[in-house]
Write a protein that binds this ligand. Structure first.
Ligand code: ADP
Ligand code: MG
Length: 168
């Protein structure tokens, strides 16, 4: 599934629509180069989950924790170097997910992470215009495969341009 965003706020709104599908134990993996909009996306997702604190880049802390509505703990990590994934694992990401947290991981590497079996992958590419971004949304694993239709619905909004949908 591919969708175009033409502003930071539009990316936050799209993230919010996807964020409403996020439940305990979910992982959202954000791919894309520096400045693509991964943190911006996370802000919209967190807002939709009821996080009131401002969401900033976790670059120097590796992982931050926020509280959403309904007691959901939202973790936000930035793995812009591959070795940080191991550090985040060591910080207890798998255990926190097991206990019911949800996680958004900014992923600087192109290779898919071997340590995670189920995740929603959002790859953000730069478009032709300054504020244009192309979001590639891909469910990976059974947890997210089961939500394909809801994902498609969440992305089919009037104010964003629906570019293409992968054949089932
Ligand atoms: P990353 O976390 O991927 O490094 P950030 O979200 O921190 O990226 O930064 C993205 C930058 O690009 C922000 O300054 C944001 O305002 C800008 N921007 C411009 N257009 C968009 C868009 N359509 N979506 C997301 N960010 C955008
Ligand atoms: Mg970032």
């Amino acid at each position: 599934m591919v969708v175009r965003s033409s502003s930071p706020e539009e990316t936050r709104r799209l993230a919010g629509r996807l964020g409403r599908l996020v439940v305990a134990c979910d992982v959202v993996l954000l791919g894309g180069d520096l400045g693509a909009g991964k943190t911006t996306f996370t802000q919209g997702l967190a807002r939709a989950l009821g996080v009131k604190e401002p969401v900033t880049s976790p670059t120097f802390t590796l992982m931050r924790s926020y509280h959403g509505t309904g007691g959901l703990q939202l973790l936000h990590a930035d793995v812009y170097r591959l070795e940080y994934l191991q550090e985040i694992m060591d910080l207890g990401l798998p255990e926190l997910l097991e206990e019911g947290a949800a996680a958004v991981v900014e992923w600087g590497d192109r290779a898919a992470p071997a340590l995670l079996a189920d995740y929603l992958e959002i790859r953000i590419e730069f478009g032709e215009e300054d504020d244009e971004r192309i979001l590639h949304v891909r469910p990976v694993g059974a947890r997210w495969d089961a939500r394909k239709e809801q994902l498609a619905q969440a992305l089919a909004v009037q104010d964003s341009t629906w570019i293409a949908q992968a054949q089932p």
